[in-house]
Unconditional design. Structure first.
Length: 199
């Protein structure tokens, strides 16, 4: 993996939020999927994590966003944890996997990945986490990759063009969206491999 992406380790991330402003709106859910490399150089989705997140103090939560993602942030049975705890748990696993793969930095991979990175960076700043494994601004964006490979930039249509299943009833769950995005990223990368190079 270190040779495939010059020391970067792709980690597919999806967040579900209470709005579109990363500085004022709540982070409600975060999921991540590791990307694994096989002996023949092909990529496939690996281990995954998902955390329900409590809105930070003073966070805004827009009703329109909740209508889309279906999250009830205050449901008594929702297993939510503070965002610092969620990020610390996730980062610990990412750093361990980076070490196993001889990678120096994780790179956030996602569909319209700048959105997810902005929310992640805002949460890191709020919680004052010092050991962030992710590159602060570089990303792999599957909207761009799918546009090049399949002529589709909408996630559901890109997945269909790539021959990957899409269940609209599961959409806007961070875990489902991250898993399907990981499938798409691996499919595009495997399609673009040069024969006989292992990369």
């Amino acid at each position: 993996m270190a040779r495939r992406f010059r020391g970067f380790m792709p980690v597919v991330v999806d967040v579900e939020c209470g709005g579109f402003n990363p500085n004022t709106d709540a982070l409600l859910e975060i999921a991540a999927v590791m990307v694994e490399i096989q002996p023949d150089g092909t990529l496939q989705p690996g281990q995954s994590w998902r955390y329900h997140v409590k809105p930070f103090d003073g966070a805004k939560v827009e009703a329109a966003s909740l209508a889309v993602n279906g999250i009830d942030p205050w449901h008594p049975l929702r297993p939510a944890i503070p965002e610092k705890e969620a990020l610390m748990r996730l980062f610990q696993d990412i750093r361990r996997t980076m070490k196993e793969n001889d990678c120096t930095r994780a790179i956030l991979t996602g569909h319209n990945a700048a959105f997810d990175l902005n929310f992640l960076n805002a949460a890191i700043a709020r919680t004052q986490i010092k050991r962030n494994p992710f590159h602060p601004f570089s990303i792999f964006d599957t909207a761009t990759l799918a546009g090049v490979a399949y002529g589709q930039t909408v996630l559901s249509k890109a997945l269909q063009a790539a021959g990957i299943a899409w269940d609209s009833n599961e959409a806007h769950s961070a875990a489902y969206d991250a898993q399907q995005t990981a499938e798409l990223f691996c499919r595009v990368c495997n399609r673009m491999r040069l024969p006989g190079t292992g990369s």
